[in-house]
Write a protein that binds this ligand. Structure first.
Ligand code: ASP
Length: 359
């Protein structure tokens, strides 16, 4: 009797094992890439009270599995699985989340079974997260950030197609080695140059002057250009052992400027200040005196510009004498990210300027 029960149990186990194996085989029998979707919140996961409400909704309310389930066409391009990293309105993004995200992405991409990453994100600080990851991801595998301008509950929501396109970009062999990419509104932009240019329109992400890298045309991923600046696998920055980033503030220049915010930043312990100057990183004379005092105290000052186009290059002799660095074509919010990471490596001004010239 016992023997028979044992035999039945053994056979059941064998059948179950074969069953599990064949399900596994069915899942893996396709040649599709394995893409991990990391969710951070944003309007793409936003929920409003009505389908015509485009503002005042709750960003990040909807979980990643619901977003994935809403776009079953994704399965034609990749085997995807989701992971909820946080549920933020991206206006509240923090260095802590960036460090967590950077470490998690590096962990995932080191795994041979992961072919690429998609990150869902709010659009307000999407360009900053993209550039941070562009500098700290240690892999050539595709990393694509996506958001939406209309909440998931809206009529003509842009999130579902943006998400499908992001998976298409992350699944494309042509995306390998291109650095972190932003896929929105049928266009692919590079992390370094992309910026949000319109407060409400779906066609908000642009790379001013330098242009976007490619299209997603009727589902086809087509690249035309790529960034020449160092990124990802070629970057010298590493978040592996970092638990915080140096304190760096942006101060916005304007007519009738004074030294109040600069002195306050120094008093608060800033290790670096990005001055979003007028024109070619020009600094109001009142602010210039405060910035020169700051450099005397060891604070690294980088001249950036509030203009939004062009590069910041050497100008006044007094800027050179005061050891202010040039922010190249990075906008102030991205210059802050590069300076934070630079300060994790060195406080040598020549070295930091080299980094601004290379990344
Ligand atoms: N405030 C939202 C966010 O950045 C806006 C958006 O996602 O479009 O999370």
């Amino acid at each position: 009797m016992l023997k028979r029960q044992l035999l039945v149990a053994f056979m059941t186990l064998c059948m179950l094992t074969i069953g599990v194996q064949s399900v596994f085989a069915a899942e893996k029998s396709n040649d599709l890439p394995n893409i991990k979707i990391l969710a951070t919140g944003g309007t793409i996961a936003g929920s409003a009270n009505s389908n015509t409400q485009m503002t005042g909704y709750k960003a990040g309310a909807i979980g990643i599995q619901t977003l994935i389930d809403a776009v079953p066409q994704i399965k034609d391009y990749a085997n995807v699985s989701g992971e909820q990293v946080c549920k933020l309105d991206s206006k509240d993004m923090s260095n802590d989340v960036w460090l967590k995200l950077g470490k998690r992405i590096n962990e995932l991409l080191a795994d041979n079974s992961v072919d690429g990453i998609v990150i869902t994100h709010g659009t307000d600080t999407l360009e900053e997260t993209a550039y941070f990851l562009n500098l700290v991801v240690k892999s050539d595998k595709p990393v694509v950030i996506v958001g939406s301008m209309r909440p998931a509950t809206a009529i003509s929501a842009d999130g579902p197609l943006n998400l499908l396109n992001a998976v298409r970009v992350a699944s494309s062999k042509d995306s390998v080695g291109k650095g972190v990419l932003v896929a929105m509104n049928d266009e692919i932009n590079g992390a370094r140059d992309v910026t949000k240019t319109n407060t409400n329109n779906v066609a908000t992400f642009k790379s001013p002057e330098l242009g976007f890298l490619g299209y997603i045309n009727d589902g086809k991923v087509c690249f035309y250009r790529e960034s020449t600046r160092k990124h990802t696998a070629n970057s010298e920055f590493n978040v592996k052992h970092l638990n915080e980033l140096p304190y760096v503030k942006v101060v916005y220049g304007h007519a009738d400027d004074d030294r109040v915010f600069i002195d306050a930043a120094v008093a608060a312990g800033a290790k670096g200040i990005i001055y979003a100057g007028t024109g070619n990183g020009s600094i109001h004379k009142n602010a210039e005196a405060a910035l020169a005092d700051a450099t005397q105290k060891g604070v690294v000052v980088v001249r950036s510009s509030r203009v939004g186009n062009g590069t910041v290059i050497d100008a006044e002799q007094s800027y050179i004498d005061a050891h202010f660095l040039n922010g190249d074509s990075l906008n102030p919010q991205k210059a802050r990210i590069l300076l934070m990471l630079a300060l994790t490596k060195t406080d040598d001004l020549k070295e930091i300027q080299r980094m601004f010239n290379e990344y």
